[in-house]
Design a protein. Structure first.
Length: 317
């Protein structure tokens, strides 16, 4: 099942957004891939002459192929020049449809200067213009912009729904991907298409179980370095497993996502206190922030491993 089929199947859950008559919408989701697909489905719903998008007419095909003359998608956080372009284009009547739609992705990452520049256009566009502002963090958008838009949050998908959307002949791989996807289709798709996913997940469990002394850090340094191109995935899985250990320590095993690795989670939890988990998770947050900068990769691994080992023993149960 593809994303559009899924949205059609679950259309009732999104009817309030699809029926919106607002000139400007902010749609929020942590799942960027699903958010992008939904925004395009919104346009399909607007442009298709059928009651529900047919996906086969000329209008639908142009939207799906990104060549509709009345749909403008800005993939990267827009700059001043992009804002000027939008403003200059605002009053040009639609070429093929009743509306022109501007989809602006990652609007939470747009500078205050650019948000303010677009404010008047978002507040009072021509009747034939609609703005769809996509975000993963509503609070990062200026209050003045938020107050002029209808705001919607797309609910995260359930594990069962993600199971419907992804496919693999390897059932164990599929289970592990779903468990670690954070209920995000985009995350699940990225993991299931990455041939190193199971190796990196196994490495995370191995490291937490068997890194017991300072000399071990060198061994794991080289193991992690082997997956240098997948370091972002390694950090996400590290965080997920550590959260599961914290949940185990809280006493409610039903909250654990990695149910297929429950015995290993229990083994790790016997050596990592709740305080150690919290400290390690805080440290990982700092690494996530540094990923956007060109911080020294080897240094990041080295300090991470030493910190985990230090906290593990300092905060012993």
């Amino acid at each position: 099942m593809n994303l559009y089929d899924f949205i059609v199947k679950n259309r009732a859950n999104y009817e309030n957004i699809l029926k919106s008559n607002s000139h400007a919408l902010i749609i929020e989701s942590k799942d960027e891939l699903f958010l992008d697909a939904f925004a395009k489905y919104f346009v399909l719903n607007l442009f298709c002459k059928n009651e529900i998008p047919c996906f086969t007419c000329g209008d639908c095909l142009k939207v799906l192929n990104n060549n509709s003359l009345d749909m403008f998608i800005y993939d990267k956080p827009i700059m001043v020049d992009n804002a000027k372009e939008i403003i200059d284009n605002l009053y040009v009547v639609p070429a093929e449809n009743d509306y022109k739609v501007f989809i602006i992705k990652n609007f939470d990452k747009v500078s205050e200067r650019v948000q303010n520049k677009l404010l008047k256009s978002i507040e009072e566009p021509p009747k034939f213009v609609k703005f769809i502002l996509l975000t993963s963090n509503l609070e990062s958008i200026l209050p003045t912009v938020r107050s002029r838009c209808e705001k919607y949050e797309l609910p995260l998908l359930t594990k069962q729904q993600i199971n419907e959307l992804i496919s693999s002949d390897n059932e164990n791989l599929k289970i592990c991907v779903i468990e670690n996807s954070n209920n995000s289709y985009g995350q699940a798709k990225e993991y299931i298409e990455n041939q190193n996913f199971m190796n990196v997940l196994s490495l995370v469990f191995d490291m937490f179980k068997n890194m017991t002394k300072s000399s071990d850090t060198l061994k794991y340094f080289f193991k992690i370095n082997k997956y240098k191109d997948d370091f972002d995935m390694f950090i996400k899985l590290l965080e997920k497993v550590m959260f599961d250990v914290l949940k185990f320590n809280s006493g409610d095993k039903s909250l654990i996502d990695n149910q297929s690795h429950l015995n290993e989670i229990e083994q790790i939890a016997s050596n990592y206190s709740s305080l150690a988990c919290v400290k390690i998770l805080d440290y990982i947050d700092g690494i996530n922030e540094s990923l956007q900068f060109n911080a020294n990769f080897n240094l990041r691994i080295d300090t991470l491993l030493l910190y985990i080992l230090e906290v593990k023993f300092k905060c012993k149960k």
